[in-house]
Each structure stands twice: as C-alpha cells, then as structure tokens.
Design a protein around this ligand. Structure first.
Ligand code: ADP
Length: 779
C-alpha cells in the first residue's frame, strides 16, 4: 500500500500515550528493546501501541489496538539486565495498517491521523466546559499540582488541549484508547467532557461517602469513647455508690446543723476531697471516717442543767441503798456548784472550774452507778471511758491521722457517743494509768481536766479544738495512791468502803434481786428466794468488798429458775438455802482463810488491797541453820524490812522471851504468807510477823480469833496504819472476834458500822509488848 510509513513498534502494557505527552517508558522485552534500537538507528521515531491485554508477553497483531501514537525517542538509558529506559514525546496519532514481524522487532506500516477540527460555538462551549470541569477536578482531587492548570490554560489547540487533559486524568486503558481513536476533536471533547463529569460525580460521591464514612467512624469512635467513659463513671458510681450518697448526706447534714466555722470549713474541704477522689482507694474510707467523726461530734449540742438539790437527793436515794455519807457529800458538792453557777449567771463553763469529783473505793461498791445517778440528778447525759491499763497517750488524745487506722481518743469517743458537749463524764480507774515510752497518758489527762486548757482540747485525730469546759467530770479509783499527784490536787475525793454483810443483804433484796428478776424475764411471783438464801450466797459463794459477784450469782439463780419455769411448766420456783447447791453448785468459801485451831507460829494479819480488805494468815517456821531470814509469798521490800525490824525487836528482848542469846545464829527463820500469787507490801504486817516469830521461837499457840494490824519499829513501838475500816470488815467477815490495832487508829473505828463494832473487841496498843499480852491461848 502506497503512502504508508514503516516504523518500529513498541507495544505498551496498561497504558496509552497521547500526542504531545512526554513520558518515560521502560522496554524490557527483547522485541521491544529491538524496536527501540532500530528506531535509534533510523530517525528515532517509533509507534507506541497499547496492548488490549497487558498480561500478554508476546502480542500478535490481534492483541494490539489499531490506533497508536507516533513518538520520538528523546533520550535512552540502558538499564541493568539489558532493558532500556526511554524518554519519548508523542507527536501524532497513527493507524496501524500492517504488522510485520521482523527478526528482532515488529515493524508496522502506519497511516498518520490528523485532528479534524471545525471551529464552532459548540466547540468553544465544549472546550470551556472541559476546562472548567478539569479545574474542578484538579481542585477536588488535589492529585496534580495547580501548575498543570496553567499549562492547560495557555493551549489554544483544542485537540492538544483535550489530549493534555486526558493525559492527566486517571483513566482506564479503554477510555484512553477511545479518546486516542477520536480524530474528530469535537467528539473527543464531548467524550472527555462526559468522562470529566462522570469523574466529578464519582469524586463527589466518593467525597460524600468519605465524609459519611468519616462521620460514621467519628460517631463510632465518639460512641465508643462515651461508652467507655460511662463505664468508668458507672463503675465509679457503682463502686462508690455509697460514697456519692454519703457526699449528699454530708452536705445535707452540713446544712441542717450549725457547726463552728473552722469545723464547717474542714468538713467542706474533706467532702471536696472525697468527691475528687478517683476510683476506689483506702483513702476514701479514711476520709469518710474522719468526716463522720467531725459531723457526729456535738460541737454545739448541750443539755439544760436543772440542779434541784431536793430532786437530786431523791434520785440518789432512789438508786442506792445506804452510802449515807457519800450521798451527803455529793449533794454538798452539787449545792456549792449550784451557788457558784448562779453567781456567775449560769455560765456553763463554771463547771470546769469546780473540783473534779473523785470516787475512791473497792470494786463493786457503786461508784459507777453513783456517777450515773449524779447525771440523772442534774439532768445531764452520762458517758464513760475506762482508763485502766492505758499506756499510750494516744488512747486519750487520739492518733494523728497519718497513722494507719487512726482514731479519736477515748475522751472524744465518749463525747461523740453521748451526743452533747456537757455530759457527766466518768473516767474509770484513773489509778490504773500506766506510762511508758508511748508517752505519758497522765499528762494528757491533766490537760483534759484542767479548766485552763480543756476549753480548746485538741484531739490528734479530730485535729480541731473542742470545748470540754462544760463537762462534769467524775473519776473513780480503787486506790488513792495510784492517782497521779497533779490530778489529786484538783479533786474532791469521796471514799466508799466495803459493804458489810447486812448492807449487802439489803442491797441484794432491794436492788440486785429485783433487777436480775426483771432482766431474766421473771416476776416477783415466779420466784421465792428468802433472806437465808441471800445470806448463804454472800457468805459461801462470794468474797468481795462490793456486790458485783453477788449480783452475778443472783442472776445465775434467776436464769436457772427461768429455765425450770419454761422446761417444767412450773408457776413458781422456790429457792431454799438448803437447795442452793442445785442452783450455784458447791460453795466456794466454806472454809475460812483463818485457821480454826490455834497453832504455833500462825497469826492472822489484816491487809488492805485495792479490792478491799482481806485477812492475811502469816506462818513462821524455825529451822536449824545459820541465822538466815527467809521470806516467801511475794513480799515487797517494805514488808521485808518490816520483818527484819520485828526480828531485831525480838533479839533485843531475847531475855524476856527466854531465848538463848544466839538463837538467831543457829536457826533459820522462815516467814511465809500464803496466796503467794498475790504481791503483798506495806508495813502494816509488822506486828503480825513479829508475833508469829515469837510464837514459833517460844513454841506458844496464838489465838485463832485474833486479827491484828500495825507497823513495828526496831524498839517495838506500834505505829498507825491505813485502811482500817476495810481490814476490820474483812476480819469480821472471816469470823475474827478480837482486833489488835495501833492506838492511834482508834479514831477510825467510828467509820465502822455500829452493828459490826458491837460484835468485836478492839485492843488498842502502843507497843509490841502489849500485843503479846493479848495473843496467847490461855492454858
Ligand atoms: P464500781 O463502779 O464501784 O465498781 P458499780 O457501780 O459497778 O461498782 O456497782 C456494781 C453493782 O452494784 C451495780 O449494779 C450497782 O447498781 C450495784 N450497787 C452497788 N452499790 C449499791 C448500792 N448502795 N445500792 C444499790 N445498788 C448498788
């Protein structure tokens, strides 16, 4: 065919090159390399034709489109492995008429195709439309630089313009090929326009989808985030359900009640801290306990006083049997303070200036119950704290909050329990305070009781000053000696002593039995229990200064009676003295501590302990030895010295006792006080030990119904002792008939109830010789 050009052909895979396009192409296949090399040998021109299917390695003519682009090779690089990289510029469309497969490459016979343009308004409109759409497209995709727009804008040739735009678009091979095949520029523009519109639509949809997906994603993420947050919140709310509720409760309480400003502020601060707490922590519990404490403390709450001495007398009388002197003294005390208060126009603080009421006496004699009666008598609330065995100052003043499991001290606890700031506050067993490295509780107590300091008492835990000045303090002690000195001076001391058997009987009849009956659900009709029974309980089942054990025993009887009524359906159970063992088991104290038969070397002394009086049997045995004085039975130093003094007295009187001069050199003297587990001390067993030694050395029997007490000097003088009343009551209880006592103590026997006094013979003595005049069993 004439007019046909023959040039080498380069088949393209997956791409179409438009005229005016400059592009790098790689020729890797052998025949492609051959084609390029051939082009270089000729005029550098080559036909670029797209393969219909990019996969095919060795395309046949049927695998190629029939329209391609004539291009000029501008540059050529050899790549490693024999491949070539060429820079080509498309120049003109061409129709492939014939493909000749030569040895090293394919040669095509082509017919160049030239653009056909008919300038028209439509053409102009189309051109503009295409340019606009292209601009939109560039903006929308942002894939090609804005400069591309400039290069487009300066082209007049609409055919070239269309090709340039087409080359920028990311089109399929088919679309590109179609555009390449459109020789008519109008058609090409139309097609391009359609493609652009389509692309823009796709882009718009893509964009919309994109934002929707984005929104969707965002929404999902937000939801997830919120849900997570809710979870956390719910967890918090769930875990600390109580906490949130508590915060509300605290706030409500803060509004309801008036607190001192500092307290209010602290509570608010702590509530705030509690609210701000994240997650559960031990700290929240600590804060809550603290807020609870502050909220519950009666910062302003107080009861009105009503001191009517007559009424007070009635209350005391109603609650307690006997205790005449004690009641009198309490009433005196109240009367004085009523006056003081009236003078100071009822200022409550005046209570703080009053001496502290201190009730001293053995256990179970009614100290505690008297204190609570006093509260009733003056119309105040009653609270108490036991101080027995407190070593740590913090027990009184509280632990600092930095300390784990810190809490308020016993004083603030007591105040909190009673809910007012002016209760009658009983401090039990003040003589049992001990002190060690933990600080001195007594000094803390002094601060509590000192009116100069207690108006701003600051518990370490509470950490805010609390006004204790309107508290009515009553303290109790078993032993005066145990009360810290500094405190003793500030106290109005009232002593209570042991009850006599008769008093116990009355108390049991009037108070203890009715109370126990009631507590065990019995009526007076259910139980018949006579005086004889109570006497037996007192004498054989209890041995005490007070009535605690007695009350317990009566309670035991009542419980047994109640059981019989329920089990046997009995209406009334009588408890007889004879059948007491059915209720209480075998008696504990049938045998008196006093040896019934007079013996050599055995003397009954009398002792005073915190538990009241007691008798103190003293035994002496003489053994062959070297003059050692052996003392056993947990004796204190004072007692040992006292024994030594007794021995010295005996030595000085050896002639009178007809003892060999060297008696103390050849014998060991063993003094033993039984009940060795109980520590004993004090000088008052002096005459007892001396008497027992004389008895043992001279082999004479001592009367078993004589009890004695008194300190001895080296020369045998007898000095007065303390606690006589308790001692005598104990001796009487144990069946003693004669009491030998220092003459100076005679004035104390006034305190002993007359009924008891009348049954005893008192022998006042000033010297050991006088003692010995009364102790021997007359043959
Ligand atoms: P204390 O405090 O001295 O150890 P309590 O006050 O605890 O003794 O008394 C023990 C029990 O004995 C209480 O139930 C108390 O009511 C009762 N009690 C003690 N003395 C009397 C009394 N004189 N009249 C009536 N009951 C008494």
């Amino acid at each position: 065919m004439k007019g046909l050009e023959k040039i080498p052909m380069l088949p393209l895979r997956g791409m179409v090159v438009f005229p005016s396009m400059i592009i790098h192409l790689d020729a890797g296949r052998a025949r492609s390399v051959g084609a390029v090399e051939q082009a270089m040998l000729l005029d550098r021109r080559i036909l670029l034709v797209a393969q219909k299917n990019a996969e095919i390695e060795e395309p046949t003519p049927g695998d190629l489109f029939s329209v391609g682009t004539i291009a000029e090779v501008r540059q050529l690089f050899k790549l490693p492995g024999g491949a070539l990289r060429v820079l080509v510029e498309g120049t003109c469309r061409a129709q492939v008429r014939q493909v000749n497969a030569l040895e090293k490459y394919d040669e095509v016979e082509i017919l160049p195709l030239h653009d056909q343009v008919t300038p028209s308004l439509e053409m102009e409109a189309l051109t503009r439309g295409v340019v606009h759409r292209f601009e939109e497209w560039v903006k929308a995709t942002r894939k090609i630089p804005a400069e591309a727009l400039v290069s487009v804008a300066i082209i007049d040739d609409s055919g070239r313009l269309a090709d340039l735009i087409a080359s920028h678009l990311n089109l399929t091979v088919e679309d590109r090929q179609k555009l390449l095949e459109l020789i008519d520029v109008g058609d090409r523009m139309r097609k391009l326009y359609a493609i652009l519109v389509h692309e823009l639509e796709v882009l718009a949809i893509e964009h919309k989808l994109g934002t929707e997906v984005h929104k969707q994603m965002e929404k999902l993420q937000r939801d997830y985030y919120l849900r997570e947050k809710i979870k956390v919140i719910q967890k918090e709310l769930g875990d600390q359900d109580g906490r949130q509720a508590a915060v509300e409760e605290y706030k409500k309480k803060l509004e309801e009640k008036k607190y001192p400003e500092a307290v209010q502020k602290t509570i608010e601060k702590e509530i705030h801290r509690l609210e701000g707490m994240s997650g559960y922590s031990a700290e929240t519990a600590v804060i809550r306990t603290y807020i609870d404490c502050l909220i519950e403390l009666p910062w302003n709450e107080a009861t009105e006083d009503s001191i009517d001495i007559k009424k007070a007398a009635q209350v005391l009388e109603h609650d307690h049997y006997g205790l005449k002197k004690v009641k009198e003294r309490i009433l005196d005390y109240l009367a004085v303070h009523k006056l003081v208060m009236e003078k100071s126009s009822g200022k409550e603080d005046e209570w703080g200036k009053a001496p502290i009421l201190c009730l001293v006496g053995p256990p179970g004699v009614g100290k505690t119950s008297l204190a609570s009666s006093v509260a009733r008598a003056v119309g105040r609330k009653f609270t108490r704290a036991s101080l027995g065995g407190i070593r740590d100052e913090a027990e009184i003043r509280g632990h600092r909050r930095t300390y784990v499991a810190a809490m308020a001290g016993r004083i603030m606890e007591g105040i909190r329990r009673c809910g007012v700031k002016n209760p009658v506050f009983l401090l039990d067993e003040i003589d049992k305070l001990s002190h060690d490295y933990q600080g001195d509780p007594a000094s803390a107590l002094l601060e509590v009781l000192d009116p100069a300091q207690n108006c701003t008492f600051t518990d370490h835990y509470v950490d805010l000053p609390f006004d204790l000045s309107s508290v009515f303090w009553i303290v109790t002690a078993n032993d005066m000696a145990g009360i810290p000195r500094a405190l003793r001076d500030r106290m109005e001391i009232i002593t209570l002593s042991s009850y006599t058997e008769q008093e116990k009987l009355e108390i049991a009849k009037r108070y203890l039995l009715p109370r126990q009956r009631k507590e065990n659900g019995l009526t007076a009709g259910n139980i018949s229990l006579g005086v004889g029974v109570i006497r037996r309980v007192i004498g054989e089942y209890t041995r005490e200064a007070g009535v605690r054990e007695l009350e317990r025993k009566l309670g035991e009887i009542c419980r047994k009676v109640a059981r019989r009524i329920v089990e046997d359906g009995a209406e009334r159970v009588s408890v007889a003295a004879k059948s007491l063992e059915d209720f209480l088991g075998r008696p504990k104290f049938i045998h008196s501590k006093a040896e019934k038969e007079p013996q050599v070397g055995v003397v009954t002394g009398m002792a005073w302990t915190e538990l009241g009086g007691d008798i103190l049997p003293t035994e002496v045995t003489i053994l062959k030895g070297k003059g050692t004085l052996i003392l056993t039975g947990q004796l204190g130093d004072v007692m040992k010295e006292s024994a030594q003094a007794g021995l010295s007295y005996i030595r000085s009187r050896s002639k009178r006792f007809k003892l060999p001069k060297d008696f103390y050199e050849k014998n060991d003297i063993h003094i033993h006080l039984p009940e060795g587990a109980v520590p004993k001390d004090g000088p008052s067993a002096g005459i007892t030990m001396a008497t027992a030694m004389v008895s043992a050395l001279t082999n004479r029997k001592v009367r078993s119904d004589v009890a004695m007490t008194g300190e001895i000097t080296l020369r045998g003088r007898v000095l007065p002792i303390g606690g006589l009343k308790e001692k005598v009551l104990a001796a009487h209880r144990e069946g003693m008939r004669t009491i030998i006592l220092p003459k100076d103590n005679m004035r104390d026997i006034e305190e002993i109830p007359k009924a008891i006094r009348d049954q005893l013979e008192f022998v006042p003595v000033t010297s050991m010789d006088e003692v010995l005049d009364h102790v021997w069993v007359t043959p």
